[in-house]
Design a protein around this ligand. Structure first.
Ligand SMILES: Cc1ncc(COP(=O)(O)O)c(C=O)c1O
Length: 400
């Protein structure tokens, strides 16, 4: 099984039946160009050394694993550990793939990087990477997310990127993707659309997965070193799926390790206000690839919702769809209410303010710790910090 995962996707970008390049024929050559350039840098010692140096000296990798002792005692069961991606420069895992894509843009001689953002973490990380590499950057963001994630909006402006407010449709992530893609289509030869997760047409799901796999490589080694065994459960939140695939990939061949992806159940799976794509979606095409989708009978994406802007997406990475179907990863959903509870508990009991996205995974660990029992361990990918959410939470809870 291990070999099978390492060789994925196939040459056309498929993980089983999911992924591929569902794009207009005129874009095929451009995507193939990106795929070829990526294979070149993937095998280039110079490129990999440059990226690895930036991971160490710019991002601050390796991110530590922290034993959440007080949270464990509170829940009374399995020991809970946190992989601290929140401590990375710019505050989340997104910087791992943004640096990779910015270096690729430089390698390909691109003149502008375009990206979408939901919570603003990918936008800040991309604007940061572009400032570092010296390439103009344009970020598309829904108006609702702009209001909600104000600290990240300010940061993107300070970093010198051109921020485009998206006022159409849902005014959230899905429409930000559409808007960014339209801009990209104006000059795909000279622009790079730096996708913010393991989604989009081939080679993006593969490329972003590879850049994020550093998280699982470090985590597996760190956990073994510290505990002399592998974790029993590894869990991460799933929006498009980049932080989850980042930590899962290295553990995929370890059959004793249960992998659990956490989707946003929003106001409840029995309401329309959720974004639980793998739990309730059907197969379809979105943004250039095949995946599970929350869609209507005509195949149009449904409006989705989560308290966490970064999880608010009607599709999901093709590798997650494949891993769900073969049963290697289990997908569960956590409500806004459970997420908020985890957000406050972790803040007040461990002094760590998690991103609302990451709080979904923390909530799952809190939920299952007791039934797992004290001889078991859970490793949570704490994908980002919650500074960006502080104002929103203060208003939401009426504590400002
Ligand atoms: C902190 C954090 N975690 C998770 C996500 C979800 O993205 P993905 O599923 O690609 O990791 C986001 C997206 O903005 C994020 O900001």
């Amino acid at each position: 099984m291990a070999q099978e995962f390492l060789e994925m996707p196939d040459k056309d970008g498929f993980f089983g039946e999911f992924g591929g390049q569902m794009i207009p024929p005129e874009l095929k050559a451009v995507m193939d160009d990106i795929a070829n350039a990526y294979e070149e840098v993937r095998n280039s010692r110079e490129f990999q050394d440059e990226l690895s140096d930036l991971y160490t000296h710019y991002v601050g990798r390796p991110s530590p694993i922290f034993y959440a002792k007080r949270l464990t005692e509170r829940q009374g069961g399995a020991r809970i550990f946190l992989k601290r991606e929140d401590l990375n420069h710019t505050g989340a895992h997104k910087i791992n793939h943004c640096l990779g894509q910015a270096l690729l843009a430089k390698h390909m001689g691109k003149t502008k990087v375009i990206a979408e953002t939901g919570a603003g973490q990918h936008g800040v990380a991309m604007a940061t990477a572009c400032a570092l590499v010296g390439i103009p950057c344009e970020i598309h963001m829904g108006e609702i997310d702009i209001a909600k994630e104000h600290p990240n909006v300010t940061k993107m402006k300070i970093l010198g990127c051109n921020l485009i407010a998206v006022t159409r449709g849902t005014k959230t992530l899905k429409d930000a993707v559409d808007s960014a893609f339209e801009e990209y289509l104006k000059d795909p030869k000279n622009f790079l659309y730096a996708i913010g997760s393991v989604v989009g047409p081939h080679p993006f799901p593969k490329m972003v997965r590879d850049f994020q796999s550093i998280v699982g490589k470090e985590a597996r080694e760190q956990f073994l070193q510290r505990e002399n065994k592998l974790p029993d459960v590894v869990t991460a939140c799933v929006g498009g799926g980049s932080n989850a695939i980042g930590i899962f990939t290295e553990f995929l061949p370890d059959e004793s390790v249960k992998l659990v992806g956490i989707e946003p159940a929003g106001k409840g799976l029995d309401t329309p206000d959720h974004a639980a794509t793998l739990s309730l979606g059907t197969k379809g095409t979105l943004h250039g690839f095949k995946c599970y989708n929350l869609q209507d009978e005509k195949g149009n994406p449904l409006p989705v919702y989560s308290i966490a802007s970064g999880l608010d997406y009607p599709g999901v990475g093709p590798q997650h769809c494949y891993l769900k179907d073969i049963g290697r990863v289990q997908y569960e959903a956590i409500t806004d209410e459970e997420c908020l509870d985890a957000f406050l508990v972790l803040s007040r009991i461990e002094g760590i303010i998690p991103a609302l996205e990451s709080s979904h995974a923390v909530a799952y660990a809190m939920k299952v710790a007791k039934e797992l029992g004290p001889d078991k361990t859970i490793l949570v990918n704490l994908s980002g910090r919650g500074d960006k959410d502080a104002d929103f939470i203060a208003n939401y809870l009426g504590i400002n």
